[in-house]
Design a protein around this ligand. Structure first.
Ligand code: C5P
Length: 301
């Protein structure tokens, strides 16, 4: 008896960041979209709590955090404590989502762990409780549960699904070396000491999204973490220019980076952009559509 849960990578179509709060987090107004790059997590019954990780060819296994602090094991322990039961089971995670890439790979795994434990342990935890536990574990983990396209406020953990009529085509180019999310936020503070308390509104992005037109969406994409990410990694700016020259409507840093994503006008446009980037010596170029589902059971107990 095992459970397999699939969880998707996220990108931020709009990431408005306000001035840092007293608790060290930044107020956000963001629009998340889950796109078709996935991690699969399998949970089997076991006496102990264990985790093994297998990675896709494009991921350096050395970059994957292991040990008891891994977010998957923390998720399992948190749900077990909530339910008043022991935390046990053997997790195996198969990673396709770039690590430390600004695509919420760790958050996807944590959301998958919550769903898998809930199913294997037959807890039937309410959605409200699962979302609350997810928010305790990390700001974008509630979105990894919800999936699709959703607006996030607070520190990103308060998520409301939004209508998204599009089937959007993306090309994602991960970097060999990840970027630390806290480091990018700290650099935002240095570059923008005058950042407004209220983050830039997601409303214009939502209006563009509602048209279903790739060009309108391309023009509305916005990421306040792009400037600090490019300042830390200037080559990301060159990569964005390259993808746009290869036919993408618009490139931008994904979340805190360093993955760069390109919005394309069609499947054909995405294939051409991906081929152009691969031809320019980029080792790993992924193509994906969005929106896709949040963490969900694909093989049930
Ligand atoms: O919530 P999460 O653990 O994913 O956040 C990781 C780090 O990213 C935080 O410790 C903080 O430095 C930064 N962060 C932030 N503001 C947010 C979300 C994350 O400053 N809204």
């Amino acid at each position: 008896m095992t459970v397999t849960v699939r969880a998707a990578a996220k990108i931020n179509l709009h990431l408005g960041v306000g001035r840092v709060r007293e608790d060290g987090f930044h107020p956000l107004d963001t629009v998340y979209q889950a796109i078709g790059i996935h991690d699969d997590l399998t949970l089997a019954p076991a006496d102990d709590l264990t985790l093994t990780t297998r990675v896709a060819d494009h991921i350096d296994p050395a970059g994957v955090p292991d040990g008891p602090d891994n977010i998957v094991l923390r998720a399992a322990r948190l749900l077990a404590a909530h339910a008043g039961r022991p935390a046990n089971g053997a997790f195996e995670v198969r990673k396709d989502i770039p690590v430390a890439g600004g695509m919420a790979g760790g958050s996807a795994d944590a959301a998958a762990a919550l769903v898998a434990c809930d199913r294997l342990w037959d807890l039937r935890t309410s959605d409200d409780d699962l979302l609350r536990l997810a928010a305790e574990l990390g700001s974008d983990i509630p979105f990894s549960l919800v999936g699709g396209t959703a607006r996030g406020v607070g520190r990103g953990e308060l998520v409301t699904p939004v209508d998204d009529p599009g089937a959007w085509w993306w090309v994602a180019v991960p970097a060999t070396e990840g970027l630390s999310t806290p480091a990018v936020y700290r650099h935002f503070d240095e570059l923008r000491p005058d950042a407004p308390e209220v983050p830039a509104s997601a409303e214009p992005l939502l209006a563009a999204l509602a048209t279903g037109e790739p060009l309108r969406l391309a023009r509305a994409l916005h990421n306040d973490l792009q400037e600090p990410a490019i300042d830390l990694r200037p080559e990301l700016g060159d990569l964005i220019a390259l993808g746009e020259a290869e036919g993408a409507l618009r490139g931008m840093v994904s979340g805190s980076g360093p993955t760069v994503v390109f919005l394309c006008d069609s499947a054909e446009g995405a294939r051409e952009t991906a081929a152009g980037l691969a031809g320019s010596g980029r080792d790993v170029v992924l193509t994906a559509t969005g929106p896709v589902a949040g963490a969900h059971v694909v093989v049930g107990a």
